[in-house]
Design a protein around this ligand. Structure first.
Ligand code: DX5
Ligand code: ZN
Length: 215
């Protein structure tokens, strides 16, 4: 049976970049209401993807909820450009900030955007507990950020459970990396309510069927 409380956010990183409009339409016709935008700068992670100009172009083509995952150093320098590209949620990495974590949260809020904070697999979730009541979403990464198509790290599941137990009831708890129909069950059982999926949904013969199998 469909679980209406789970949000699926397909990661555009696994889509056909030569045909993004078509890929977005496929997502729009499915049960997924979000699109996950993996922004990488070649410094915070060992890969480069795309930035605000591309997001601005596809924004004009789609009404999906734009979920921007910034895997970049110095997020404070770029938040304005992602806000102006009309992302709905701006999600930065805790590890990319030092003393200014709270300022980054405030900066995102100042543009009236939803705020997400992410942690990599090796980062202790307790380090971000003090921000739980200041953000809309916590992202627990279940692969090392940088590439799609990696294997889900079960060792991170305990962190999902920690967020569930220590965060406000309406917290969005996102899990990203190696999500398929089997690992989705583990993530949801631990408390995840937003699942990112790249390869599993975009490389499937039937995206709609793949999305439904995650609900
Ligand atoms: C990895 C990205 C993920 C990735 C997910 O750094 O943040 O969003 O694209 O892809 P899959 O689902 O294939 O692991
Ligand atoms: Zn991501």
């Amino acid at each position: 049976m469909e679980n209406k409380t789970t949000i699926i956010s397909p990661s555009i990183l696994s889509a056909d970049f030569s045909n993004l409009n078509y890929e977005l339409k496929k997502v729009e016709k499915s049960a997924a209401k979000w699109i996950h935008l993996d922004v990488m700068d070649g410094h915070f992670v060992p890969n480069i993807t795309f930035g605000a100009p591309l997001i601005k172009c596809i924004r004009a083509k789609s009404n999906l909820f734009f979920d921007a995952h910034l895997m970049i150093e110095n997020p404070q320098k770029f938040i304005e450009s992602f806000a102006k590209a009309s992302c709905d949620l701006i999600n930065f990495h805790y590890e990319a900030t030092t003393d200014e974590t709270l300022d980054v949260i405030k900066q995102i809020r100042s543009f009236n955007k939803k705020v997400g904070i992410s942690i990599k697999p090796q980062t202790d979730v307790k380090l971000i507990e003090k921000y739980f009541d200041k953000v809309d979403m916590v992202l627990i990464m279940t692969v090392e950020p940088g590439f799609s198509g990696q294997k889900f790290m079960e060792s991170c599941v305990g962190k999902i459970d920690f967020v569930k137990k220590h965060s406000p009831r309406n917290m969005l708890i996102q899990v990203d990396g190696g999500i398929n129909d089997k690992t989705a069950r583990l993530a949801k059982k631990a408390g995840a309510n937003v699942l990112v999926s790249g390869n599993f949904v975009f490389k499937a013969d039937d995206l709609n069927f793949a999305v439904n199998s995650l609900l």
